[in-house]
Design a protein around this ligand. Sequence first.
Ligand code: AMP
Length: 181
Amino acid sequence: MLGAPGSGKGTQATILAEALGIPSISTGEMLREAVATGTELGQTVESIMATGKLVDDETMAAVVEERLATADAAEGFILDGYPRTLGQADTLAGILERRGWSLDSVVYIEVPEAELVARALARKRADDKEEVIRQRLEVYRQQTQPLIDHYRAAALLRDIDGHQTIEGVAKSIVDALGEAG
Ligand code: AMP
């Protein structure tokens, strides 16, 4: 699930996971949980998350590899918030290859930038202060947007108009995945 902060990808990942009966794996959620419970990982990432910057690729590789090794991921999964850099996309490709798995589709939820800012400001979370929101959008532009071309070139990208109701976006995703076979 690919999209800017505020694109609704988390919401859509949850809806789709429910519909398909597979887990939605949100790296942001996993990291927030680690911070909340005060694990070593949580202590490492807390200050990075608070600024809206990205946790380093190596740390994220360990988090994702461990999560994908758990039993409930064996029948399929939706990744929400990973990969976020080209390096992470390479890492993911390696993890999947070692397991004999592959990505079926990359769902890209596109939302106009002005709406992204408005939506992000409306959400209330510790890491959603206005300055942090801007930083997160900047990080997205610089580090995550290149993934759109990367996955388009691999013919995996499914473009979804995110400027619709939640139900409308969910239907568009199901339709796009159906067409993708
Ligand atoms: P999210 O809820 O997906 O927006 O993630 C919240 C925060 O967790 C991000 O702003 C990053 O600091 C960190 N994070 C989540 N996923 C990743 C990732 N794949 N790579 C690096 N940092 C991440």
